[in-house]
Ligand binder design. Structure first.
Ligand code: DGL
Length: 279
């Protein structure tokens, strides 16, 4: 077990079951382009959403242990399902490492709604977790929170499908129960889903606001970097942004480039890609 304080020149570790965490990673690098990052995708074992909580918790612990072995100074669990299953036990196991997690943005949506109805689109794992019921109990405040399991959506994105007629017709079916309800906010409770923004707006119309917590999570990460005095020392080389997957590297590399192309166009840094065979 790592007990020494993390080194400031180490990377910010970002973990997800697959590509979804890139919706958080892209916000982190916009805010802190000077920081080294190490992104780990457990694609060989994705999707996490339908798996038992204990299994997701165990895989998340292995992922964090690996990130720390690689020198990560702070870890972002850029996955709602993994955060719901493991955040508390991770923080108990590594109390000296700042660990940032995700939770569906129920609070801002219920505060902003005018119709009194909000939707939450997330995985089964995230919606069925006690953490989610506690969140709704705490923040619903009379607002009706309608949940929809995003069955099949993570798999589509992992295959490179996030827009077009097939994606929209799948969304249409999933979101049909919400169409009769006047929701004015849809909380994206899975980090993969911001990549569906265009398709979701086509299906739901422009009046439903999509609530993506990733920018707030990136700001929280930056606050933690400052609060723990973990900013990269200026004299050290940040090195390439590292991307590691437990799945095949070639499609991973291609999809990462496609998904974060706008960010890569504005900040130019080398990217490196690797396969991790045992996690
Ligand atoms: N990005 C993960 C999340 O936020 C997807 C979970 C999955 O692999 O099903 O929940």
């Amino acid at each position: 077990m790592l007990l020494t304080p993390p080194a400031r020149h180490g990377p910010i570790g970002v973990f997800d079951s697959g590509l979804g965490g890139l919706s958080v990673w892209r916000e982190i690098v916009q805010l802190m382009p000077q920081e080294p990052t190490l992104y780990l995708a457990d694609q060989a074992h994705a999707p996490y959403g339908p798996q038992p909580r204990e299994q997701v918790e165990a895989r998340t612990h292995r992922a964090v242990a690996w990130l720390l072995e690689q020198g990560a100074k702070l870890v972002v669990i850029a996955c709602n399902t993994a955060s719901a299953a493991a955040l508390e036990s991770l923080r108990a196991r590594w109390p000296h490492i700042p660990i940032v997690g995700m939770e569906p943005a129920v609070k801002p949506a219920t505060q902003a709604t005018r119709t009194g109805h909000v939707g939450v689109l997330a995985t089964a794992g995230a919606l069925h977790a006690p953490r989610f019921s506690r969140l709704v109990e705490r923040f619903a405040n009379g607002v009706r929170v309608h949940t929809v399991v995003g069955e099949g959506l993570v798999e589509m994105i992992e295959k490179g499908q996030w827009q077009g007629p097939e994606v929209e017709s799948h969304l249409q079916k999933l979101l049909a129960p919400l169409q009769a309800i006047p929701i004015d906010h849809l909380v994206l409770g899975c980090t993969h889903f911001p990549f569906l923004a265009l398709a979701l707006t086509h299906v739901l119309g422009p009046d439903v606001r999509l609530v993506n917590p990733a920018p707030a999570v990136a700001r929280q990460t930056q606050r933690m970097v400052w609060a723990h005095d973990l900013a990269r020392p200026e004299h050290t080389e940040p090195g390439p942004w590292r991307f590691v997957t437990t799945g095949p590297v070639k499609p991973f590399r291609e999809l990462v480039h496609q998904l974060v192309a706008p960010q890569l166009a504005t900040i130019s840094r080398p990217l490196s890609f690797e396969h991790l065979s045992h996690l």
